[in-house]
Design a protein around this ligand. Sequence first.
Ligand SMILES: C[S@@+](CC[C@H](N)C(=O)[O-])C[C@H]1O[C@@H](n2cnc3c(N)ncnc32)[C@H](O)[C@@H]1O
Length: 257
Amino acid sequence: MTGPAGPPGEPGYRLYGDLAPWWPLISPPAQYREEAARLAAVLRSAAGDGPQTVLDLGCGGGHLAAHLKTAMTMTLVDLSPQMLAVSRALNPDCEHHRGDMRTIRLGRRFDAVLVHDAVDYMITEPDLRAVIATAYAHCRPGGLAVFAPDYTAETFRPGAGAGGGSDQAGRQASFRSWSADPDPADPWIQADYEFTLRAADGRTEVVRESHRLAAFPRATWARLLAGAGFTAGQDPPAGEPPAGAGPGQLFLGWRPA
Ligand SMILES: C[S@@+](CC[C@H](N)C(=O)[O-])C[C@H]1O[C@@H](n2cnc3c(N)ncnc32)[C@H](O)[C@@H]1O
């Protein structure tokens, strides 16, 4: 299956296409509160008074941004028009752009650039290098880039998950997921999803799809960040998140002043 990290114009995953209106039920904004607080603390501690302007690459439904925007001005980019529509409904006060995080150039710089879990869809080293270059191009001198992959090669463990929710319109969604590393010799991992989607009129659809993600070694991250010109990143002082609270590691890069 072609993933959303394919060339612009290619079809992507249904989760970020026709199923995007279900995103707020599948991955509710409230679940991002704790992680947003942790990332806000990292941004503040690393950038003095904290960044005023933040570019969020791969914003998805804007669930993380919905929390961060209370403290900073968020500019949001995603490849999927359907996910951007979800984010615009939640964050009408934020500027949105459709674009590929590997190639987009907005022609201006930000105090910080954030690439959250969407970076997991960068499944080759050239893709990851391209996103890091995009972050560098949009960081002001002295600015900070924060990358928050769900996995690295060192931390990835096969596992299963589940979740879901409902809304006031009467829709219900639940999902189960399984993640595995079919070939430990390459950075690719596979996430298999099963979504059960019950519309307000009771019609129910079950959708299964597999996503190809990546878990790069920490050494690859360090090499690519340095190669782009970033000053070496380090783990934030905030420490590891609580279990289930999101990414287990961050990669930070400062653009030299
Ligand atoms: C897991 S969702 C992000 C959810 C987001 N953290 C939130 O708060 O709602 C992953 C997103 O990455 C986007 N994506 C994948 N490849 C991309 C690319 N090359 N450029 C921009 N966005 C991309 C998808 O369209 C999808 O919206």
